[in-house]
Design a protein around this ligand. Structure first.
Ligand code: UD1
Ligand code: UDP
Length: 340
């Protein structure tokens, strides 16, 4: 066993889910791992509940919090750099595409520390998405690019970069979690119901568009359950059951039993594809194209009128995705350790 020290830098809800299986596997192999949480997400329901449920206690927590892109990224850059200068890890592992991911990759590469990007090569080809900028920049300053699907390797090649396929560690977490079905009683949700989750700026930062979406959701012939991301700030709409962001175990329970899911989340497109639950994505494009070609995802675009088509579209049988096996983390560790 080598004595490599890896610092995993996380900041936002989806990061926790992606990194946890890798942190556990590295530790199982006797490697030294430090988990650095930037604090980009800080509300207990957006952070602490995930640390508890995923067994991912941060060793260092910074207080980056919310702010403009520049302020948030700069604060994370400065904070992560300080910690890395102190810890001097051999490798910095960064997952996904949030501002903390970009900050951590930049801090590490400038210190000459090896950067490993988990979930490299995804592209929406839409540069109005802040995440797309983060993905491109992180990939171009990383030393090792770990991908979830072949399409990501193709995207990287087109940019002169080489990816290594490992699979999807978010699905490792999903395969391993014990869903907390008591949430269905707690919220009083009877089947059949639809699950909605929305937080992309292009949708929720546009009040008129959001109201139109809510109107269309409320008119569907199903109960709609809507755990509200803090950015989205809606609490009341006749015909929709809103709740606080759910814990991971609760959310997976609600997602698994849903007749369909309406979302603009990246991770939820993948999870529903693996679970075989029909997913309707309210975006013009997706970096998770594989969930459309080999999963249960339908891209509806940003036209709320199309929400009315969901009941008919749900009738069309779609099989769950076979592209992920829930065993990506050991492959990540093998590739990171130069074993394969
Ligand atoms: C961030 C990521 C996005 C990811 C999402 C996952 C960026 C640019 N965006 O978006 O890619 O899909 O996380 O959930 O990195 N807030 C709270 N409590 C929290 C966190 C946020 O109240 O714990 C509120 C604040 O009002 C804040 C707003 O949510 O201003 C947005 O938070 P921010 O971290 O900037 O971006 P997200 O929309 O969460
Ligand atoms: N999730 C959760 N509770 C919720 C909503 C989402 O636990 O109320 C989980 C979901 O299962 C997935 C991750 O959070 O693992 C997705 O995060 P999010 O949609 O915030 O970010 P994105 O994937 O769009 O970047």
């Amino acid at each position: 066993v080598s004595s490599v020290h890896t610092a995993a830098v996380v900041g936002a809800r989806p990061n926790f889910v992606k990194v946890a299986p890798v942190v556990h596997e590295l530790r199982r192999r006797g490697e030294q791992v430090t988990v650095i949480h930037t604090g980009q997400h800080y509300s207990p329901q957006m952070a602490d509940v995930f640390f508890d449920e995923l067994g991912l206690r941060p060793d260092v927590t910074l207080a980056v919090g919310s702010g403009s892109h520049g302020a948030q990224t700069a604060s994370a850059l400065e904070g992560v750099e300080r910690v890395l200068m102190d810890l001097r890890p051999d490798t910095v592992l960064v997952p996904g595409d949030v501002n903390s991911t970009l900050a951590a990759a930049l801090a590490a590469v400038k210190l000459g520390i090896r950067v490993v990007h988990l979930e490299a090569g995804l592209r929406s080809f839409d540069r109005t998405m802040p995440e797309e900028i983060n993905r491109v920049l992180v990939d171009h300053c990383s030393d090792l690019l770990l991908t979830t699907c072949g399409g990501a390797n193709v995207n990287l090649l087109a940019e002169g970069l080489m990816g290594r396929w490992v699979g999807n560690t978010m699905i490792d977490s999903l395969a391993a979690v014990e869903p907390d079905y008591t949430v269905l009683d707690r919220l009083g949700i009877g089947e059949p119901y639809l699950l909605a989750t929305l937080h992309r700026p292009a949708l929720v930062d546009n009040p008129l568009l959001l109201e139109w979406v809510l109107t269309m959701l409320a008119a569907l012939p199903y109960r709609v359950v809507f755990p509200v991301h803090p950015r989205t700030r809606v609490t009341r709409w006749s015909g929709i059951l809103f709740c606080e962001p759910l814990s991971y175990r609760e959310f997976v329970a609600v997602e698994t039993r849903a007749a369909g899911v309406i979302t603009d989340s990246g991770g939820v497109q993948e999870e529903t594809s693996w679970l075989g639950v029909p997913c309707f994505t309210l975006r013009e494009n997706t970096e998770r194209a594989v969930t459309v070609t080999d999963g249960t995802n339908t891209l509806l675009g940003l036209d709320p009128g199309r929400i009315a088509e969901i009941p008919a579209l749900m009738e069309a049988p779609k099989t769950g995705s076979q592209v992920w096996d829930g065993k990506a983390a050991p492959r990540v560790c093998d590739v990171m350790g130069g074993l394969v």
